[in-house]
Design a protein. Structure first.
Length: 391
């Protein structure tokens, strides 16, 4: 190729309103009705082919557990092993594919997502993850499209980073994929993250074994179909639906593991990191780990709130961080208009609140998404977008 080319400029996908009487609302309603009436077979996709094991779990609506959306065919250790072999089998060919050709696959996926596949991914996220239409739109469509488009732009910026050349020399640096396969583990709550974790690594020439959360298998099923419709070659991304204990042990003990791209709980990521450390002598390379884990959120309740109704239940640790209730009355009341000049009372209120809030977290925060060390496109940080983007 005798040309210096660049991708189309990246941009933030506009958010549709789905107002009453709008064409997009009517179109999405039809898709919701159709998909809710179906019961799909959710299979693993290995080397471009669906793998159905007959050992199934059900995918249900979180807001209506009696409504089954699909049957998830659970993979075992043998299927996970086949996914690894499929990824390794196409690794050299995909790495040798010119970067514009790799980028074209994911830019095409973004165009399909924001076009004919928009209703499908929105409906899958609404039905399978109980999101509102706005939450689904800004997550499953807009944020994922942003990831796909901006990752291509960030990839070109990474490739453009070149060393200085003194007189008489022309130094050049070429970026190459990791030597092995990447293990992508996506969470239950964001369809955009589920789509980004495997595609960011694949964009940079890596091949991927992708484990989606079982509670988000429904939307992952349609994401994989979207990638295939965009022209993703067989074996580049291999989707496996398997229990974490099965897929984790098989993947993390494999000598060709080259990287992990993870979003999920702190406990799971710590276990994975420790397992990788224990296996260092087994690996052909040092695996790169990029993980985003849960934090410690707080809830601010008005003094008039009934705390027993504000946080009436304790959710499983794997789904949420511990909720710590705080009586904010002494922190809020000094800030009312009658106390605006009372510095002492305001200070007392702040002292009551901030010592708890400013305590260092009990867990190690792993939120870095730097990718130059991984040879991947920047995966998490995007140019400023609306704060309402996340669903």
């Amino acid at each position: 190729m005798s040309a210096l080319i660049g991708p189309p400029p990246a941009y933030n996908e506009p958010v549709k309103g789905y107002l009453p009487g709008s064409p997009e609302r009517a179109s999405l309603r039809r898709t919701l009705d159709r998909m809710a009436a179906e019961r799909v077979e959710i299979a693993s996709v290995i080397d471009g082919k669906e793998v159905r094991t007959g050992k199934v779990a059900t995918s249900v609506m979180p807001h209506l557990h009696s409504h089954v959306l699909g049957d998830i065919h659970l993979a075992g250790a043998s299927e996970v092993g086949r996914a690894i072999e499929a990824a390794l089998g196409v690794r050299r060919a995909w790495a040798a594919t010119a970067w514009p050709e790799r980028a074209a696959v994911f830019l095409r996926a973004a165009d399909l997502l924001t076009g004919p596949w928009r209703d499908v991914l929105n409906a899958a996220t609404m039905l399978g993850q109980s999101k509102t239409v706005h939450q689904a739109e800004i997550d499953a469509v807009c944020e994922l499209a942003d990831f796909l488009r901006f990752n291509v732009e960030y990839m070109t910026r990474i490739y453009a980073e070149q060393p200085l050349s003194p007189p008489g020399f022309w130094n050049r640096m070429e970026y190459r994929p990791l030597e092995g396969f990447v293990f992508a583990v996506s969470p239950f709550n964001f369809t955009s993250i589920a789509g980004n974790l495997p595609t960011a690594a694949a964009l940079m020439g890596n091949t991927v074994v992708w484990k989606a959360a079982e509670t988000a298998a429904f939307s992952a099923h349609y994401l994989m179909q979207l990638f295939q419709a965009a022209g993703l070659p067989d074996g580049v991304i291999n989707l496996v639906h398997a229990p974490g204990s099965v897929v984790g042990q098989t993947v993390l003990d494999h000598p060709d593991l080259a990287g992990i791209h993870f979003t999920g709980s702190t406990e799971v990521f710590r276990w994975m990191w420790k397992r990788v450390g224990d296996n260092l002598e087994r690996y052909r390379v040092y695996p790169r780990l990029v993980g985003e884990t849960g934090g410690k959120d707080f809830i601010v309740a008005h003094p008039s709130a009934d705390c027993s109704m504000t946080a009436p239940m304790k959710l499983p640790k794997s789904r949420t961080s511990p909720i710590r209730m705080l009586d904010t009355s002494s922190a809020i009341r000094p800030l009312t208009s009658r106390h605006m000049g009372a510095g002492t009372k305001t200070r007392e209120g702040a002292e009551h609140f901030w010592p708890w809030y400013s305590k260092p977290p009990r867990t190690t925060a792993v939120t870095s998404s730097s990718t130059s060390a991984l040879g991947w496109a920047t995966m998490k940080s995007l140019p400023p977008v609306s704060p309402t983007r996340r669903g």
